[in-house]
Design a protein around this ligand. Sequence first.
Ligand code: PEP
Ligand code: MN
Length: 339
Amino acid sequence: MIVAMQEIATEEQIQQVIEHLVRMGFSVHRTTGERQTVLAAVGARVDFDTRNLEVLGGVQEVHRISAPYKLAGRSFRPQGTVVQFANGLQIGGDEVVVMAGPCSVESREQLFKVAEQVSKAGARVLRGGAFKPRSSPYSFQGLGIEGLKLLREAGDRFGMLVISEVMEISQIEMMLPYVDILQVGARNMQNFNLLRELGKVKSPVLLKRGIAATLEELLLSAEYIMAGGNYDVILCERGIRTFETYTRNTLDISAIPIIKQLSHLPMTSDPSHGTGRRDKVASMARASVAAGADALLIEVHHDPDKALSDGAQSLYPEQFRQLMGELRMIAPAVGRKIA
Ligand code: PEP
Ligand code: MN
């Protein structure tokens, strides 16, 4: 950490800052130039709040040099993390994995129809919510355990892995027999108790960015899971809340290359929640692959106008099939293939 003192800082103020840093466990290297004193603080502490220094007398600015996360940072595994599945599928390798399916599991008929179509088009992972985090308590809340059983059956029938959202600690145990990837939704990105428990399981976790979370906060949430021993974390950009109202959220495409630089964890893009409207999903999916996404999470429904959740952003199966063809052309342009 670098602490630049004001030109008018007194020797007493400089000594106060040095003492503060030493108390916090840093070793301090002082440089006094013609006009200004600069302190370089070196130490292993990662949880230090730079504001504690900024408010001390005589301090001009404070810059953190090391990241506040360790396990999630790129330097922990410079070669990148590849999440491996028993069927040979990899997320984070050369191939881009497409996960698709309905927002919610609504019925056997609905799920099997959508699953058959997305698998034919090339999806390798079937998505579907059994426990739904709805903004209104009066909206459809999901089929629960019945939904999980249907997901497993449909995934196995059509040769796809299964991803579904876990909303609370009590659901983890019951979900493990049915899902291959546990999804943590945007609303739960900072549910630290849930993240800690997910650190103890063996299944990969797909962690979505919160609607108002910085990328550093996303990586700190990943750190919670990894600190418990579960290193199979897959990150996901799903749009953040901005002043723009044309789209449901603003898909932050730049989050993809930024995360790939800051972290070794695979990065996913969800253009469905990222836009909220099906007419914009395909272009943002293409942009995500071009920007380096390792996977996509896309909502598809055979009859979206009757969907019990997120119909407006769900692609028709035919649109999804067409999109997959486009992605197969874009991926090679950036040195990838569609799995
Ligand atoms: C979902 O994937 O259906 C979902 C609820 O996502 P998010 O947590 O990103 O809103
Ligand atoms: Mn949804």
